[in-house]
Design a protein around this ligand. Structure first.
Ligand code: ADP
Ligand code: MG
Length: 573
């Protein structure tokens, strides 16, 4: 039983590795031209370094009288060589920086794009710090490997094969001795790699934990200060760092031991070659010159061999990074309904608006208890429909269903416009303007925030919306008016001011349906009533759904639904 399980585990990890390699190959194929450029640059740089030493040897030999080359010509060549080497290194730095940045950007963009397309219920399970770490660190590791590891590997492997081929030509037995360790190394590396993989995974995980911790600390810096828990956070941070240190040291210990083992094997091989060479020389089978060449070649060979071995850990780190990217890339995406043309629906609904119709819907988060077992409600153009219910009863969930962020299990959820209907999904999201619960202001100017759903909104339209949301009174007083900068998470304005900006932003959009999730909860009663009254002026063809705790709001609502026993009932007016 245990053996079977172990086998399964190994098979799994092997198929994982195959999948990871395939993933890298996809990029190798895409960037083969760039990889070729890196390869040529690498070759040239070794030609430059070796050529320089040959020229300098000739120059010294000429001066010491051992050689009779034209000294001036060689000196000139040496200078030319030096200059070209400077030019080459400048050009090479430009080229490699250009392509490494381009490739990193492209992969990063691809992962970013895909991760935003993933269904919310999957992506929200990741800590944002972890996601940042993956999209920064892991993407960097992968792109760096594709551009440098692969060409280096080819160069080193090519060198090793050339050496073996030359040795094979002069002395097949010598060649056999030099490759005899290969099966041992291959067998050993299988187990070693498995362990290295585990270490590499662990270190990436701890590094994600560090990033998550830092991210969370900075975004809650006000609370950390207010709670007086700075010392606790310092201690926690030190502890995570200690974990990181432990993992890195363990990983290093393992790789040092592996290195010693590999060098030991290399030493045995190289001594055996040496012994065999001496024996052949002694029996006059080979010449002195051949012996010297063998010595040079075998040192060359052991050099490329140890470089190849030292490339293994970075290959494993790359595959670990690839796995962490695959983890995100392969999450289920939101289903797109290509038949839905949002712009067309918006146009068609301009006059008559859009109705929402949900019938007998059931909904639960994953395996948790049902939030709704029979959700039925509708909202029509020209109406303000209120959703009421205690905290945790499912108000926000209803908005998620309407926005196609969460999918219902059973029942019907559709939109009606004119005489047509369409199912609510991620593809119909463009018909809604949403004022979420909690903060949803982005770093940037007020105007930038206002144009988020409507790029072409004019300053006048923005000001009209700000006035309707009772926000212009404070925006007007800011030094730069609508061009004032809102800091990250809107820390430089009040909660209620943020809410009013969010409502204004929804009004600036041309969306036919506006959803407000407790969007006036931080306002005083009077302002709240004023905002809601102003909204009704917009309502001619727009449909409004607002969730709220306060009964005062109900005065201006056309219909109120109360959430009770996992269902909605219409409240008596
Ligand atoms: P409300 O907005 O009325 O306060 P919510 O719609 O946010 O309530 O939550 C309804 C219920 O669903 C709560 O019991 C809450 O714990 C649960 N819930 C909300 N979001 C999630 C989620 N992402 N995963 C699992 N359960 C959730
Ligand atoms: Mg809520």
């Amino acid at each position: 039983m245990k053996e079977k399980l172990l086998k399964l585990l190994k098979a799994n990890s092997l198929s994982e590795v195959v999948e990871e390699i395939k993933w890298v190959c996809k990029y190798l194929k895409r960037y083969k031209g760039i990889i070729a450029i890196y390869f040529v640059l690498g070759l040239f740089s070794s030609v430059f370094s070796m050529g320089g030493s040959v020229l300098s040897k000739h120059m010294i030999d000429t001066v010491t009288g051992e050689d009779h080359s034209p000294i001036l010509l060689i000196a000139l060549m040496y200078i030319l060589f030096g200059i070209s080497s400077i030019i080459f290194s400048a050009v090479s730095s430009r080229i490699s920086t250009k392509y490494s940045t381009l490739v990193t950007n492209e992969i990063q963009y691809e992962i970013y794009q895909i991760s935003l397309d993933v269904q919310w219920k999957y992506i929200q399970k990741f800590h944002t710090g972890d996601l940042i770490n993956r999209i920064n660190g892991d993407v960097g590791t992968v792109s760096n490997s594709i551009l440098t590891w692969v060409p280096n590997f080819i160069i080193k492997a090519f060198q090793a094969i050339c050496c073996i081929a030359i040795i094979l030509y002069y002395d097949p037995i010598m060649a056999l001795i030099s490759v005899i360790s290969t099966p041992v190394v291959v067998l050993l590396s299988k187990t070693l790699m498995y362990k290295m993989r585990t270490f590499s995974k662990k270190s990436r995980e701890v590094s994600s934990r560090i990033m998550s911790f830092i991210q969370e600390s900075y975004s809650n810096v006000q609370s950390i200060k207010a709670f007086g828990i700075i010392d606790d956070f310092n201690i926690k941070f030190k502890m995570i760092q200690q974990d990181f240190y432990n993992v890195i040291m363990q990983q290093n210990k393992f790789s040092v031991l592996t290195g010693i083992l590999m060098s030991f094997i290399g030493m045995i091989v190289s001594y055996s070659c040496y012994g065999w060479g001496v024996y052949r020389l002694w029996t006059h089978f080979i010449s002195f010159g051949t012996m010297t060449m063998f010595l040079q070649l075998s040192s060359y060979l052991s050099n490329s061999f140890s470089s190849l071995v030292s490339m293994v850990p970075s290959a494993i780190n790359t595959l670990t990074a690839v796995r962490r990217l695959i983890d995100i890339v392969e999450l289920p995406k939101e289903a797109k309904d290509e038949t839905i043309d949002i712009e067309k629906i918006k146009k068609e609904s301009e006059k008559s608006g859009i109705s929402i119709n949900i019938k007998n819907a059931r909904f639960c988060y994953d395996d948790a208890e049902e939030v709704f077992n029979c959700l039925t409600f509708d909202a029509h153009p020209g109406e303000v429909v209120a959703l009421m219910g205690p905290s945790g009863s499912g108000k926000t969930t209803i908005f998620r269903i309407l926005l196609g962020i969460s999918d219902i299990a059973d029942g019907v959820s559709q939109l009606e416009y004119g005489s047509s209907t369409c199912k609510i999904s991620a593809s119909t999201r463009g018909l809604f303007a949403y004022v979420p619960q909690g903060n949803a202001i982005f770093y940037g100017t007020i105007a930038e925030n206002m144009r988020l759903f409507n790029r072409d909104a004019t300053d006048e339209e923005i000001i009209t919306a700000l006035k309707a949301a009772c926000a212009y009174s404070f925006v007007e007083k800011l030094e730069d008016g609508i061009n004032s900068v809102i800091e990250e998470s809107g820390t430089n304005i009040s909660e209620g001011q943020k809410q009013r900006l969010c409502i204004a932003r929804a009004l600036v959009s041309k969306a036919p349906v506006i959803l407000i999730d407790e969007g006036t909860s931080a306002l005083d009663k009077e302002t709240e009533m004023q905002v809601l009254k102003n909204l009704t002026e917009f309502k001619k063809t727009k449909t409004f759904v607002v969730s709220t705790h306060r009964t005062g709001v109900l005065e201006i609502c056309d219909r109120t639904y109360v959430i009770e026993d996992k269902a909605l009932t219409v409240a008596e007016s």
